[in-house]
Design a protein around this ligand. Structure first.
Ligand SMILES: Nc1nc2c(ncn2[C@@H]2O[C@H](COP(=O)(O)OP(=O)(O)OP(=O)(O)O)[C@@H](O)[C@H]2O)c(=O)[nH]1
Length: 785
């Protein structure tokens, strides 16, 4: 069984600051409901294996594993199954006296008040780890280098879940250590009046979010699923299979065998790695690159029986690539070509889908793509088939939440979301993690959907999406308005505005599940007035906001209008379908000066592609134009690259201009010089590397000289608000110089310092975040070195 979508509305998402810092989890009614439903299931599983557990223990396991029944059962079984004893090597080893160093270390740990014994042997240290059985012959002694720390109680689960659980524990510990302080602006003011450090502008420590993005394999927008995979086995095993299976290396190292056998086993393992059992050439058969390339040939209809690179041609091919003449620019006058074709071109728009976690963003977009023909029904059906193992818990949870939701819909409910959620973590957890991009076209417009994650842990990814979009679609679950307003609905609205978006289409979603009756018009009207207030309070203008009642799951009023009779009869008098609203948004065409300006593109993703396109980057052209053969500069690395190919919406192009979302295939550059957040720019007019800048920002909560994470689209760099220069009024006139604090809602000029140089320019939109919350947003006004 898999845990399905139920991480919404727990303390992680809908929280007040006070609530968040309780050590004991305070369960919501919904948590309690889930406990009531899932505890008997876990108990029954345990009893089948002749094991017992108290309600509290079961609840604790379910809580830690985010309602994942399989993992909870496996953990509880594990904690009740006696661990195999280490083979004893002899009395001598057992009674080996402690070294003086060990004794001193123990003594100092005692003095430090440490209650948890530090593991004294390697096997203690590795207890609870799947490859824990260390051959005695190679065991060493571990001595504490610092005061002992608590061992994690629950192992296994996805790394993300473990991370979330760990964060929750850390926050609880932090709240115990720190004396309770008033929250928000008041709290900051209070701290300010008490703290000398702040007066003297000494910066409090920051915990910057690391700036690391892995280079990814290029992800197909809708990878066609294969056969339904069998249900995971973890929950049915006697001993839980929560941990990754040992690697060949670990198996070699962690065997019970005597040293001679260890050596023999090692040889066998290494043998099996380097020589296949059938003595076959391990490099025979297609390489991963070949496989990708063949898939691409296949999808482009290129002769399937063409010679394959693995047919002994790999070396020749590589040589051919080396000899490949440098791609030359055709020297096209791109601004002229763009201006000439403007009249005949379809309009294009990219929209970011924002909103609180689980309000139905991915499902709505899946529906939009399905009903506009951008994805095939057969793909959705295959996703639905793959999802059958999810249905048990899905039914348990959703059936209680939406009594009226048909069982049939429950079964396939995630299939639509999977069109957008292509990552394994996304599908495992049932939430969107990274920004997903998908093109689709109507008769009038070429659209690009940017599906943003709703969970607050992934706000930086949402920012990356918003920074590439022309407008936003805000999805609000009509049944969960209140929690949405407290959670990411509010933050996403603020961030969308801060990223410069002006137009927003509000999809009032899940109206098929309103109570007491489905498609309740009053519910729609109250959501509409609540969200309207919120949007106008952050600066969105009324004419730029539209509200559409809809259901992404059933598809009502998304592409196809709602039936004009029955419970949806009132829908016709509102603002049309989601698609109509998107199409009626004013076309976005860049001004001519922007197309002629020096090239500038922030890299959103770096992909390793096939042999033909080994390295590609994607992003939105913020300014200028690019054509095949151009030499571009990457900043901050300062390395040059040649553009050997351009794609827009998976179609090859010769050139691209400002405003377009492109994939550029690059050559003559080592991938180490390319990271998401870096900038590609013109060689002649490069974007400067900046360490200090002045920005005009609006504070969302009290802003002090403090450590912050500075976000600019996909880029985020640790830094600090080094000085508060002045507060200003709506016209930019100085109200007060050198304020000690900028109150939430006020606008100020501030000096920001970065820990490392970043490619920034005047006018860039910046977001300042601290401790996982957005504290201010604005624009770069002046840059310094
Ligand atoms: N009844 C009903 N359920 C829906 C509707 N849309 C989505 N759901 C369900 O709501 C849950 C969450 O849907 P998602 O589309 O994954 O939500 P999301 O907002 O994309 O979630 P994140 O991307 O993780 O923020 C799933 O169980 C969906 O089946 C709808 O219109 N009606």
């Amino acid at each position: 069984m898999q845990r399905v979508k139920n991480i919404d509305y727990d303390e992680d998402d809908v929280y007040s600051e006070e609530e968040e810092y309780h050590e004991e989890p305070s369960y919501t009614d919904e948590d309690r409901e889930s406990f009531t439903a899932l505890t008997p299931v876990v108990r029954a599983e345990l009893q089948e294996s002749g094991l017992q557990a108290s309600d509290k223990e079961i609840e604790e396991a379910l809580w830690h594993y985010y309602w994942h029944v399989g993992k909870s059962v496996a953990y509880l079984k594990n904690s009740r199954t006696p661990r195999p004893q280490q083979p004893q090597q002899g009395k001598k080893d057992k009674e080996k006296p402690k070294s003086k160093f060990d004794q001193a270390a123990e003594e100092s740990a005692k003095k430090a008040g440490c209650m948890i014994p530090f593991p004294s042997t390697a096997s203690d240290w590795f207890q609870g780890i799947s490859w824990s059985v260390i051959p005695l012959g190679i065991q060493g002694e571990l001595v504490p280098a610092f005061a002992a720390y608590p061992r994690p109680q629950l192992l296994g689960g996805s790394s993300k879940l473990a991370k979330l659980a760990e964060e929750r524990r850390k926050k609880a510990a932090a709240s115990q250590a720190a004396p309770a302080a008033p929250s928000g602006a008041l709290g900051s003011l209070d701290r300010l009046s008490k703290s000398k450090d702040v007066k003297e502008n000494v910066l409090p420590p920051t915990m910057p979010e690391p700036r690391k993005y892995p280079i990814r394999q290029k992800r197909e927008p809708t990878p066609p699923p294969k056969e339904p995979s069998p249900e995971p086995e973890e929950a049915t095993e006697d001993l839980p299979d929560l941990r990754a299976s040992p690697t060949e290396f670990a198996k070699t190292m962690a065997t019970h065998a005597a040293p001679s056998q260890v050596a023999e086993a090692a040889e066998t393992h290494m043998d099996s790695i380097f020589r296949s059992s059938s003595n076959e050439d391990p490099f025979k058969g297609p390489s991963p690159d070949d496989t990708v390339m063949r898939a691409q040939w296949h999808s482009k209809g290129i002769n399937k029986h063409a010679r394959k690179p693995s047919d002994g041609l790999l070396i020749k091919k590589t040589e051919a690539l080396k000899l490949e003449p440098k791609i030359k620019s055709k020297g096209l006058d791109v601004p002229k070509l763009w201006a000439e074709g403007r009249a005949s071109r379809k309009s294009a728009a990219a929209f970011v889908v924002i909103g609180h976690v689980d309000h139905g963003k991915s499902t709505l977009m899946g529906r939009l793509l399905l009903d506009t023909g951008a994805v095939a029904q057969r793909d959705i059906d295959k996703y639905a088939a793959l999802l059958i193992p999810h249905t048990f818990v899905s039914m348990l949870i959703n059936a209680r939440r939406y009594q009226k939701q048909a069982t049939e819909l429950n079964k396939s409910s995630f299939a639509l979301a999977w069109v957008m959620d292509t990552g394994s973590e996304e599908r495992e957890r049932g939430i969107t993690v990274d920004i997903a991009q998908h093109p689709f076209s109507t008769l009038t417009t070429d659209f690009t959907v940017l599906d943003a994650p709703g969970h607050r842990d992934f706000v930086p990814n949402m920012l990356a999406g918003a920074s590439m979009a022309d407008l936003a679609v805000l999805v609000v679950d009509a049944n969960q308005l209140e929690s949405g307003m407290k959670g990411q609905t509010r933050e996403h609205i603020l961030l969308a505005k801060a990223c410069g978006l002006e137009r927003v289409v509000v999809a009032v979603n899940k109206l098929d599940a309103t109570t007491p009756t489905a498609w309740d018009e009053n519910t729609f009207q109250s959501v509409r007035s609540g969200v309207q207030k919120l949007l106008t309070s952050v600066g969105f203008q009324d004419p730029n906001i539209s509200f559409v009642p809809c259901s992404g799951l059933s598809g009502t009023n998304v592409v196809n209008p709602a039936p004009s009779t029955g419970p949806t009869a009132w829908v016709a008098s509102t603002s049309g379908t989601i698609l109509q609203q998107l199409e009626s948004s004013p076309p976005t065409s860049p001004p001519e000066e922007l197309v002629k300006a020096p090239l500038r593109l922030q890299i959103t993703d770096v992909f390793r592609g096939s042999i033909t396109n080994p390295i590609s980057v994607s992003g939105r052209l913020a300014a200028g134009n690019v054509q095949i053969g151009d030499t571009v500069l990457t900043q901050p690395s300062g390395e040059k690259a040649i553009v050997k190919g351009i794609e827009i919406s998976a179609e090859p192009r010769e050139w691209a201009v400002a405003g377009e979302l492109v994939t550029l295939h690059l050559s003559d550059i080592d991938p180490v010089h390319l990271r998401a957040g870096d900038v590609l720019c013109s060689v002649d007019k490069p974007v400067a590397i900046v360490r200090n800048f002045v920005a005009q920002v609006t504070a969302m909560e009290a802003l002090l000289p403090q450590g912050v994470d500075v976000h600019v689209g996909r880029l985020h760099v640790p830094g600090s608000v080094a000085a508060l220069i002045s507060t200003v009024d709506a016209n930019g006139e100085v109200v007060r110089k050198k304020p000690r604090v900028v109150k939430g809602g006020d606008t100020a000029n501030v000096k920001v310092s970065l820990q490392e140089g970043a490619p920034l320019a005047v006018g860039d939109r910046i977001i300042l975040r601290s401790g996982g919350s957005t504290i201010a947003a604005g624009q770069v006004d002046r840059t310094g070195s």
